[in-house]
Design a protein around this ligand. Structure first.
Ligand code: ATP
Length: 308
């Protein structure tokens, strides 16, 4: 896959002297869903805003489909749709006017069939004549997306797309984002909901204190950094861990009824079989057993914990 966005050596120091981005190098591949994760204040919005031409970088370069965002600003910007965190729609404008106006701003010829398709895809068609002020919160967010798609961008930035959105609507949004990808749109989203990245992203980037600390294929990341846990429900509670089991990384629940064994996903010798033998030798019996893989959330928290 070739990259559609290329960010090279980008730094940002705000007028206050605050260094929000330190030497960011990042390539976004054509047609992927890329999730940018990071704690509050990590620099996600700053980075997106630079690519979209809203904030000036202090140094470095960015190109969008080969167009330099400074030298070739218009061409670069016309390839991008941005859905910012805050609502930026005129409350007294209709849905139809909002989307068509936005298309016009990019100098695109009117195309009612295209705008109709966007509104239908976002389940806003029956609201086309409603004023934005009369829409529910979820509809307003969808209108923001419709507005961002009005000029047929090839790249869509979604900054915290589902912040404060209920679970059902969040699932709808995810489905909609996947459909956009199927249409060939590259999607970059920032999110606090790690389950969102887990559900949708092809690749994940983690940014912390203005630095990209990791970029990885999501499935690979979960395979490489993921851990597995096996939980055993004991027949009789244990008061202390028997000596013979000290070589395993075992945790005993406070009531003594559960043992949890954490092990490496990738290891050829995860030690499960020998643990079970050793439990037997120690006379510990269990009623039930289950295993689970660690989530992206656990991987993320561990990554940030390792950072100085
Ligand atoms: N105009 C500005 N002037 C000075 N500092 C700023 C400005 N805008 C942002 N910052 C600072 O830069 C840092 C990065 O902010 P940014 O909004 O990019 O973070 P973020 O990762 O998007 O955070 P969040 O998840 O909270 O939206 C923060 O410490 C913020 O206070």
């Amino acid at each position: 896959m070739s990259s559609i966005i290329s960010i090279s050596g980008v730094t940002k120091t705000y007028a206050t002297g605050f260094e929000a981005l330190k030497e960011i190098n990042l390539d976004i591949e054509r047609g992927e869903i890329f999730a940018l994760l990071g704690p509050n204040g990590a620099g996600k919005t700053t980075l997106i805003s630079i690519v979209c031409g809203i904030v000036n970088r202090s140094s470095g370069s960015v190109s969008v489909d080969g167009h330099d965002i400074s030298k070739d600003y218009r061409a670069a910007r016309s390839l991008i749709g941005l859905v910012p965190q805050e609502l930026t729609i005129d409350a007294f404008e209709t849905v139809w006017a909002t989307v068509n106006y936005s298309r016009g701003l990019f100098g695109k010829a009117p195309n009612t069939a295209f705008v109709e398709k966007v509104l239908r895809d976002l389940s806003l068609w029956d609201k086309k004549d409603s004023k934005a002020i009369t829409l529910s919160g979820g509809m307003k967010r969808r209108l923001m997306i419709a507005k961002a798609l009005a000029h047929e961008p090839r790249v869509l930035f979604l900054d915290e797309p589902t912040a404060g959105v209920d679970v059902e609507l969040r699932q709808d949004m995810w489905a909609m984002v996947r459909r956009l990808r199927e249409d060939g749109v590259t999607i970059i989203l920032t999110t606090h909901y790690i389950e969102e990245a887990e559900a949708m992203a092809d690749r994940v980037g983690v940014i912390n204190k203005g630095e990209i600390i990791l970029v990885e294929d999501k499935a690979e990341l979960m395979r490489k950094l993921g851990r597995k846990q096996m939980r055993l429900e004991l027949r009789a509670p244990l008061t202390a861990m028997p000596d013979g089991l000290s070589r395993y990384s075992l945790e005993l629940s406070a009531d003594g009824n559960q043992l949890t064994y954490t092990y490496d996903n990738q290891s050829d010798r995860p030690g499960v079989a020998s643990l079970i033998r050793d439990l037997e030798a120690a006379g510990i019996q269990f009623r039930d057993l289950d295993t689970k893989n660690s989530s992206l959330e656990e991987i993320f928290v561990n990554l940030l914990r390792q950072e100085p």
